[in-house]
Design a protein around this ligand. Structure first.
Ligand SMILES: Cc1ncc(COP(=O)(O)O)c(C=O)c1O
Length: 384
């Protein structure tokens, strides 16, 4: 017996880096992880208090498949307050992280063989999940010229040369680049998708973490789009596994039925805690993390040129700098391994995000401690 062909997806090279980092930490105790994609902070205090209360007061059995009403109402109000978009709580479906919702969405919206477009570089789990679910991944190479985001012009060219597509996944702020799609371009992408009967999937899980450039939700421009949200990043709650989809009417019921079959519901205790994540007290705490990310981002902008790294995607949001290191290597996997061995600094090789050109890029995460970031950059500087 062999595993299915669909399960054969490339490993995350950054996991190899993390394995080597754990070994190094045991032998040297000096690791600086600049490769992780999650905040270094716990959930905000009101969430922890709400969880204590829920553990004492609630049964914490299965919840409604689409999420507890209190959480769906809170998320709907969040969109009203943040983007002036009025949302019915029934349009919100809570999932186990945005990842759980993403695979359910793909199964709900597409059939095997449908062609789905995404940017390259892009979040690798998207490419791999599409592959595992039998969908055809169509990557658009996005570089500096388009701020690492796909454009209507590129979609036009793609369809003219390769034929129609069924879906488009965008992420703004993006992983690994941090770039944000401006509202006129987001509106144009939403229009193009509507005109071409293409489902727009807008990954907005880094919203809340941006540095001046405004973020807009795709639902300001099209209710035919699907919006993915998550408590993982701004809310500093990766392990709690709470995400959501805003779904157009025709997908809501089939998504709900499928999700209930596949995973029943998102974790009950996390859903109860999640309601408190949107409170003013929690928001104030979380804003302080964003202030630290902003300081760290400035440290990078100031110091990267001294490392000879003058070309990187403009980090409008999220907490990543995607850096061109072609003057140092064309094999980012080997370079990251060597860097780690020599200095104890862990970076993510670009090949995880871009199987074609990623050999000359690394992703540097700046969501940690500012002093550690300085120390990591000192060591990289000495190394290069
Ligand atoms: C762009 C992007 N989308 C989705 C996810 C998955 O997040 P979640 O924790 O909500 O499943 C990540 C995680 O790093 C990400 O970077």
């Amino acid at each position: 017996m062999t595993p299915s062909a669909r399960s054969v997806v490339p490993p995350f090279h950054v996991m190899e880096v993390l394995r080597a980092a754990a070994v190094r930490q045991r032998s040297h105790g000096d690791m600086i992880l600049l490769c992780v994609g999650q905040p270094s902070t716990p959930a905000p205090r009101p969430v922890l208090d709400a969880v204590h209360e829920a553990v004492d007061a609630e049964q914490l059995g299965y919840t409604e498949g689409n999420g507890i009403p209190a959480l769906r109402e809170t998320i709907a109000r969040h969109y009203e307050a943040t983007y002036s978009v009025t949302i019915d709580p029934d349009e919100v479906v809570v999932s186990s992280g945005s990842s759980g919702g993403f695979s359910t969405l793909l199964l709900t919206a597409f059939d095997a063989g449908d062609r789905i477009v995404m940017a390259r570089p892009g979040y690798p789990a998207y490419r791999n999940t599409l592959h595992a679910l039998g969908l055809d991944v169509v990557e658009i190479q996005c570089g500096e010229r388009t701020r690492f985001q796909p454009t209507v012009g590129q979609l036009e060219e793609l369809v003219a040369s390769d034929g129609p597509v069924a879906g488009l996944i965008i992420a703004s702020p993006a992983n690994p680049t941090g770039t944000i799609i401006d509202p006129d371009e987001l509106a144009a992408l939403a229009d193009w998708c509507r005109q071409h009967n293409v489902l727009l999937i807008s990954d907005e899980i880094y919203h809340g973490i941006s540095y001046g450039r405004p973020t807009h939700t795709a639902w300001e421009f099209s209710r035919d789009a699907v919006v993915l949200g998550s408590l993982s990043k701004f809310w500093s709650m990766t392990g709690w596994r709470v995400g959501w989809n805003l779904l157009p009417e025709h997908l809501r019921r089939p998504f709900d039925v499928l999700q209930t079959n596949l995973s029943i519901c998102a974790p009950a205790v996390s859903q109860h805690g999640a309601v408190a994540a949107f409170s003013p007290e929690a928001t104030a705490q979380l804003q302080r993390h964003v202030e630290r990310y902003a300081v760290n981002r400035q440290v990078l902008l100031d110091r990267l040129p001294a490392l000879g790294i003058t070309s990187f995607a403009p980090p409008d949001g999220a907490f990543y700098a995607y850096c061109d290191i072609s003057h140092l290597t064309s094999d980012s996997v080997a370079w990251c391994a060597d860097l780690l061995e020599a200095t104890g600094v862990a970076l993510a090789p670009g090949i995880d995000f871009d199987p074609v050109d990623g050999g000359r890029f690394v992703r540097l995460s700046f969501c940690g401690d500012t002093a550690a970031l300085h120390e990591g950059l000192d060591r990289i500087q000495a190394y290069v």
